[in-house]
Structure formats: C-alpha cells, structure tokens
Design a protein around this ligand. Structure first.
Ligand code: MG
Length: 430
C-alpha cells in the first residue's frame, strides 16, 4: 500500500525517493492531461517535485508549477486543471516527505483513485508519450487568487494578531491575508525553512509555548498557529491559553452549520451539546474521511479537533488560512475569544491502551463488539464506538502498534466507564 490516510508519506530519500516520485508522476500523467504542482518548504521538496514533473511530462501531461505554497492554496488552484499534486508531509517532522493528490473540487484523491494510481505503478502500466507530445512546464503564482478568494468572503478587521507559521508554507500567505483584512500582524517563524528550526510543525499545545508568550507579551487579541503546509490552524486566546480543538470545532460549527456537521468518531460530546438540534455525522479519523462525508451528506461544515477545518462553500480541502481569517472575523465582530468559548462545557476524557498482538486483534475486536453492544448504541465506522447516553467509549486497534486503544468520555463518571471498557478489552485479549 502506497497511500495512507493522508496520501503518500515516509522518510525522505529513503521511502519517498525520486524513483518513486517519477512513477507517481507517470501514473498521474497517464490519467490526466493537465496538473498544477506545488510544494511545502521541506529539504526534499524540490527533489521530489522535479522527479514528479519528469514523470508527468513523460506521460504527456501539461504541468503548471506554483512553487512553495500552502496545501489549501494548491488545492484551490487545482480547480483550473485536471488535478493538483502537492509535495508535502504536512505536520510530520522535517525528515519526512510526501505526495498528496487533489481533485478539482479540493477533495483529496479517494480510495478508488488511489488504488488506480497504485495499480498503474505496480504493473508499470503507465503511458509514455511520443516525442512530439511530451508535456511542457509553465510557471505561475497561485497565492494572489487564493488570498483574493478568502478576502472576498470575510469582512475587515482591526485586531492585533500574532501568527506563528512554524517556518512552514503559511509564511507565504497568512500574514499577508490578515494584514489585507486590516489587522496589525506580528509574525513568528515566518521564514520558510525545511529544517523547521523554531518548532515541530505539528500545532499541538506543547509546540506553541513561544506563541502563547508572544500573544500575551504583545497584548494581542489572538494567536494563530499552522502546521507545515497550513491545512491546519489552531489558536491561542487573548489571555495566552491554547484553545482545544473541540472548542474551535464547536465555535465554527455554531456559526457555519445550520443543519449538519461532519466530525471524526473521537470528537468530544461537548460538540453534540453545543450544537444541539443539528445533525452530527461521525466519520473515520482523518480529514479526508470528514471531507468525503461532507460531500456525500451535503453537510454545512466539517472539522477535526487536530486543527483541520473544512468549509465546503470554499473548498473540500481543509483551509487553515481561511479558518484563520474567519476566526479573526468572528472575534472582531463578537468579542474576545475567551468569552466566546468559556460557555462551552468541558467533559473529562480518559485514553489508554491494552497490549494485544497484531495477529489476535481481529478476534479480540469481535469479542469486544459483542460485549459493547450490550452497553448502548454501537457504530463500527472506525473501531467500535458505543454511545451510553451519558458518554461514549471508543475501542480501536492501533494501526501501528500491538495495542488496542480505549477512549472514554462522559458527562459524569468517566473513570467507571473507562474501567468497564478496559475490563472488557482485557478479557477479550487474554
Ligand atoms: Mg497539514
């Protein structure tokens, strides 16, 4: 399997090699006549991009390069071509590289399209063009159109905002967009650098200490953080507190979702309580599954607490830059972020795992399923999730480790709920 839940990703120049990239280019070029290609600032980016282009041209595909851009910028640019190709490893550490493929509507290639590419590569079944039909490369900029699209959707704002681009691709666009909105923008780590010297590219709280301090020190109303390719956005409130992803999800959901919202199975029930009256579709964990569900259900908004926010009226690609602009607009119009999220309830959540050999996982999950069914409504979208009315339990076999993971959240009595689930899992694996 070449593709994981976030495209093709692995160690640069070991797993993600120019040889592999060229084959991906040949396969994509055999199916599409034109494409737009961009990359994040990783050290492997140019190497992989050139290998991809060589394969694409060999298959007769017309290639347009847009240089170093954010993933949402590339996905937005893809609307004018047959597809988009992004060279990125998103929030992974600097030694990783990757390739993600996009449809014109901003949706990542789905599993059927990924299998098609895999099968061409496996069978060396690509086309090679006659000498007279080899593709050509042309270069353009994609940032301005993406910025204009965002600025056409949000109003003016005069907030003071600190933006931590994490030395990633957001450096090319977020500070620019927020300044054009009228904000006073202070930038942190806004020089693209494939070594990600300032912080790990993942926008989780432990990586954002500098942003928290800067937000308070500059007296800013808001701090904004992105991952390496800026499809994710997380926030710091004016008092320097990290805003949990579930709370941002509820905040956006309240304003964007009139009828329905799509979220992964491990999202807090706080979101259910805050968005009462709206239909909540739960999906497998991964932003591509949220996007697929949004498209299928024609839902109003979707998101993952890890910082991916999907506004289907804009694009089916999570857009961290639009999300930042929208959050600025909300705070400008409605007041302090602290006050907007303080009314949301907070429920305790417990995570743990029980060791279980990979070969025994399937059998154990079957036994666990039978017992969990007795506790409430179950769903098997991703692992087994049981809704007890007062809370939920999610039991999922780890994809990478010999473990079965347990998550429990409850309005009351979470420890008892977790203990019950743990007992069931332990019995099933013994
Ligand atoms: Mg990303």
């Amino acid at each position: 399997m070449l593709f994981g839940s976030s495209g093709i990703r692995g160690l640069a120049n070991k797993e993600i090699t120019p040889q592999l990239a060229q084959k991906v280019g040949l396969a994509v070029g055999s199916l599409h006549n034109s494409c737009v290609i961009g990359r994040d600032p990783r050290t492997s980016g140019e190497m992989i991009e050139h290998a991809l282009i060589s394969g694409l041209l060999s298959a007769g595909c017309r290639v347009t390069r847009v240089g170093m851009v954010s993933t949402p910028t590339l996905a937005f640019a893809a609307r004018k071509y047959d597809c988009g190709v992004m060279v990125t490893a998103s929030h992974n550490p600097p030694e990783y590289g990757g390739i993600k493929l996009w449809n014109r509507d901003g949706m990542a290639f789905d599993s059927r399209q990924q299998e098609q590419i895999e099968s061409i590569i496996e069978k060396s079944g690509w086309k090679t063009a006659e000498w007279s039909r080899i593709g050509r490369v042309n270069e353009t900029s994609a940032v301005e159109e993406h910025a204009d699209m965002i600025l056409g959707k949000v109003g003016a704002a005069s907030l003071k905002v600190v933006v931590d681009c994490g030395c990633g691709a957001a450096s090319t666009i977020t500070p620019y967009v927020l300044r054009r909105m009228g904000c006073s923008v202070i930038t942190l780590n806004s020089q693209p650098d494939g070594f990600f010297p300032a912080r790990n590219p993942e926008p989780v709280e432990k990586n954002l200490e500098m942003l928290k301090k800067a937000t308070v020190a500059f007296g800013a109303e808001l701090g904004i953080a992105h991952d390496g390719d800026a499809d994710r956005m997380m926030a710091i409130d004016g008092s320097g507190r990290f805003v949990e992803g579930d709370k941002l999800l509820a905040l956006f959901g309240l304003r964007e979702a009139k009828k329905s919202i799509a979220v992964p199975v491990d999202t807090s029930i706080m979101v259910d309580d805050v968005l009462k009256g709206r239909k909540i579709y739960r999906t497998r964990v991964g932003d591509v599954y949220v996007a697929e569900e949004l498209k299928k259900r024609n839902a109003d908004f979707g998101g993952e607490p890890s910082g991916s926010w999907i506004f289907p009226k804009i694009s089916l690609c999570p857009d961290g830059i639009y999300a930042a602009a929208r959050l600025v607009e909300i705070v400008e119009n409605e007041g302090k972020l602290e006050a907007l999220i303080d009314g949301f309830p907070s429920y305790p959540l417990v995570r743990g795992a029980v060791p279980c050999g990979n070969e025994r996982k399937e059998n154990a999950m079957r036994k666990i399923g039978i017992k969990l069914k007795k506790m409430g409504d179950t769903s098997s979208i991703d692992g087994i999730r049981v809704d007890t009315g007062n809370g939920w339990i999610l039991v999922r076999p780890s994809g990478t480790e010999p473990k079965i993971r347990i998550t429990a959240e409850a309005r009351r009595g979470v420890d008892e709920l977790y203990a019950k689930a743990e007992k069931i899992v332990k019995e099933a694996v013994s």
